[in-house]
Every structure is written in structure tokens, then in C-alpha cells.
Design a protein around this ligand. Sequence first.
Ligand SMILES: [Zn+2]
Ligand SMILES: [Zn+2]
Length: 217
Amino acid sequence: MLIVERIVVGPLMSNSYLVFDPVLKEGILIDAGDESEKILKNIERNNVEVKAIYATHGHFDHILAVGDLKEYLGCKFYIHKDDLEILGNAVTNYKEIVGGECPEPPKPDDYVEDGDKIIIGSSKIEVLHTPGHTAGSVSYVLDGSVFTGDTLFAGAIGRYDLPGGSLELLLKSLNEKILILPENYSVYPGHGPSTTIGVEKFHNPFIGVRGLYRRDK
Ligand SMILES: [Zn+2]
Ligand SMILES: [Zn+2]
């Protein structure tokens, strides 16, 4: 059973997740958007060896601490290749949205693809390509949980009006990849509190009432 720690970072209150095996003390980070020191403190408090950092997508609020952490931890960084352009625009986007300077975006060591498996201790995480918020958005599924980035939030769905976004693809990803997971699965979004698949299927106003999820399927 893996432990999940949520660390809220940066001006857009992004979630960074430390996911680790409590026995073997090894784990990964899912997103590292800002405040590398705050993330490091959590890693040190849990005494975990972080093997890699996996991004849910390339927006700056999910990747800006990766450079610092990579250097300090000596770990690798993975992202879906369809978000390389967005990753490359991090400095410009930061200036427009937050204002001021930010570090250069990190260079990926390799890419994640739909169906990839990530081994942490004795557990396995599966990669789902879930485009719509961005073209290269992915979700990470482990036994009983899914990390959805900015694709699905508690009570909301991700924006689809930004470069690389598509409402059609977002709905397809939600309907065909995420909402088909068991209802008792925890959902860990890129911003805000965690929720469950069941709660979102029946109470998320963008899904239930507007019929985005077809329950008859
Ligand atoms: Zn985003
Ligand atoms: Zn975000």
C-alpha cells in the first residue's frame, strides 16, 4: 500500500504529490510546481528516496520546481511528449499569468505514454493519456487512486480553452478513461482537495447534470 502526501505549492496553489512505499522508503513525485524547499522538507521528513518526477502536464504551475529537485535528488523527469511545446512556454506563460521571472523549464529525461507502468516498491502505477486540458495531459492510476492533474477536480473539470485544449477530447478522456474507474477510487487533482470517482460521477455539476458522462454506457 503506497502512502500519498499532498504538498500545496506556488501562487496557483498547485498540488505536488509524494507517493511512496512506506516499507522500502522509495517513491516518486507527481508534479512539482513550485517551492522546491517545501517539497524537499516533506521528502526528508518521510525519509524517502525519490526515484523520479512525473508531470501530469506541462503547465508551469506543475513543473517549475522540477529543475531544483532534479539537481538535489539526482532523479529523472518524465512528461508526455505532446506537452513539450507548452513546457517550453513556461517562462512566457508565468510572466503573463503570475508576473515576474521564473526558472527555465526542465528538460525531460524521457517520455510517458498511455499504458506505461511505473514500479514503486511492490506497487505499480499505470499511465493514462487523458488529453483535453492540454494535448499531453496524463493521469496516473495506482491501486485505489488516480492522479488527474488539471483534467478533473473536486466539483469541476479542467479548462479546455488554453493552447492545446479541446472540450471534445477532455470529455472523451473523462468518459472513456477516468470515470470508468471504480467508484471507490480516490481522485487526487492538480489543484484543491481530493475526492472519489463515485462522488464526481454523481455530484460534479459538469458531469452529472450536464450529462457529460453517459451512465448508460
Ligand atoms: Zn494546467
Ligand atoms: Zn494547474
